[in-house]
Design a protein around this ligand. Structure first.
Ligand SMILES: Cc1cc2nc3c(=O)[nH]c(=O)nc-3n(C[C@H](O)[C@H](O)[C@H](O)COP(=O)(O)OP(=O)(O)OC[C@H]3O[C@@H](n4cnc5c(N)ncnc54)[C@H](O)[C@@H]3O)c2cc1C
Length: 462
């Protein structure tokens, strides 16, 4: 049914699919299916359902919590051949695209018409719309524009028994918002085959500023000061000294060598309003001890600044053989405290930790540097990561801002939610996925002692 292109077997081909961006655990699927149409997805899933074989959906594999790890799951269903644009409706500012379409390609499709697709994960040149919906992804511009669910008008979903649903969530569509329920469900409720997305008018003007601070504490205080001034920047991102060092070596933007932290602040809207807002941002940053504030007016400078931020993960290889990206949230006002706690945890576990943040959202990404060939370092990374996330909870935040629970954080769900809430989530999953054939062992804690991965989990809690 799928032809040669639609079926991968053999060691070399399958090795590519043994993990996503969370590389601490690996497991190879027995078979990868690459259907090209909704009908092929539906028929494949129906056959797997009849045979009682578990399967996991996968987009581009850029997830960072092991969401598409085929742990004890024989079959993977990839969407890389589902890249058709089904409909472009400029008058109503919407598109319908298949699940395997790459995020950035949606904006490329409509930018000539003064529109764009707002959710912009830093991985947007590779990650797919199906993966974005499954993770409810955001990006640097989430602060003003929101996350995927805020731009989603409808979904086509193949249920774990092969049935195809059309789910609309447009105003006035009535009934339960099932597309909203599927958003962020990390591939545990079925396979998304297409999504209808709302487009946003590209702002008339954009001002991108760089503010340099002696350290992350001063930069964190400036974040609160900017918001307290009544501004809603489109983006408010922070990089600490270690990240700056790596991105400077990789992309040569010209960050000052002694910068302790930088904020990238982007304002957008009507050109007439931006100059005044830039003055307000400058005042707020100066009050918190900024040593330098620059406005990137030249489009090339702005592009390079964003390249440095969005490709910061890629530059980490210059600092250590491996890194583990954590993803936690704290209330914005607690940023200075979590920054101190992360530093203390790094010292306690003798690990270098670089800090990257969607600071305006209180979403932190500590990057724990280590060598994955040293099991003792791996243990310290896992324990330190866990302590960071528990600190986020203590400060009134959560254990994920945008990277999901996947397989990585299932152990932390009981610390995040009460038993009744966890039971309601399990009940909901059962309605869509009663035999737990679609992406088992993810999100909710379960008995995972049977799960085979190449690296035994060093800390208990299976
Ligand atoms: C360098 C880098 C930067 C990143 N920056 C950001 C960022 O700024 N913001 C952000 O939110 N995330 C970010 N991420 C995380 C990741 O890119 C997102 O979670 C992205 O949405 C995953 O898309 P994907 O296509 O790679 O999905 P995958 O990794 O393939 O899958 C992710 C999850 O979605 C499920 N899934 C995939 N496709 C489908 C489908 N069609 N139907 C049902 N379930 C499906 C999988 O089972 C899995 O659970 C970053 C990752 C990297 C490596």
């Amino acid at each position: 049914m799928l032809g040669e292109e639609g079926l991968l077997t053999g060691e070399a081909a399958l090795r590519v699919y043994e993990c996503d961006g969370y590389t601490l655990e690996k497991a190879r699927p027995a078979l990868v299916l690459l259907p090209a149409t909704t009908q092929e997805v539906s028929r494949s899933v129906e056959l797997l359902h009849k045979a009682g074989i578990a399967f996991v959906p996968r987009g581009a594999g850029t997830g960072v919590s092991g969401g598409c790890l085929p742990a004890d799951i024989p079959v993977m269903i990839g969407t890389s051949r589902m890249r058709r644009i089904r409909n472009v409706d400029l008058d109503n500012r919407r598109v319908e695209v298949e699940a395997g379409v790459v995020n950035l390609d949606v904006t490329r499709l409509v930018q000539g018409d003064g529109l764009h697709y707002a959710p912009d994960p830093s991985s947007q040149a590779a990650c797919t719309i199906g993966g974005n919906v499954a993770e409810n992804s955001g990006g640097p511009h989430t602060l003003k524009y929101g996350v995927t669910v805020n731009h989603l008008l409808g979904l086509e979903l193949v249920l774990p028994d092969g049935e195809v649903l059309q789910l609309s969530r447009e105003a006035g569509s009535g009934g339960f918002d099932l597309a909203g329920v599927v958003t962020g469900s990390e591939g545990t409720l079925g396979i998304i085959t297409s999504a209808t997305l709302a487009l946003v008018r590209t702002p008339q003007a954009v001002a991108t500023m760089l503010a340099v601070f002696p350290g992350v504490l001063e930069a964190s205080r400036a974040v609160s000061a900017i918001i307290a001034a009544g501004l809603v920047p489109a983006a408010l991102e922070m990089m600490d000294a270690l990240v700056i060092k790596a991105v400077e070596a990789a992309y040569g933007f010209g960050f000052p060598a002694d910068a302790g932290a930088v904020l990238i602040i982007e304002l957008d809207g009507l050109a007439a309003a931006l100059d005044e807002q830039c003055v307000q941002v400058t005042e707020a940053c100066n009050e918190q001890g900024a040593s330098e504030i620059r406005r990137a007016d030249d489009p090339r400078e702005r592009e390079l600044l964003w390249k440095s931020r969005k490709r910061a993960f890629g530059a980490m290889g210059r600092l250590a053989p491996s890194y583990c990206t954590q993803d936690g949230v704290v209330p914005r006002s607690a940023l200075p405290e979590i920054v101190e706690r992360v530093g203390e945890i790094g010292r306690r576990y003798k690990l270098r930790i670089a800090n990257l943040m969607h600071a305006g959202d209180g979403n932190i990404h500590p990057l724990l540097l280590y060598d994955e060939n040293d099991p003792e370092q791996v243990t310290r990374v896992l324990d330190a990561g866990r302590d960071i996330l528990l600190a986020c909870l203590e400060l009134g935040g959560s254990v994920t801002g945008e990277h999901g629970i996947g397989i990585e954080k299932t152990d932390l769900m009981p610390a995040s939610f009460g038993p009744a809430t966890l039971a309601a989530m399990a009940d909901l999953r059962e309605v869509f996925n009663p035999r737990s054939l679609c992406n088992p062992h993810k999100i909710l804690p379960s008995d995972r002692h049977c799960v085979e991965v190449t690296r035994p989990r060093p800390r208990g809690g299976g």
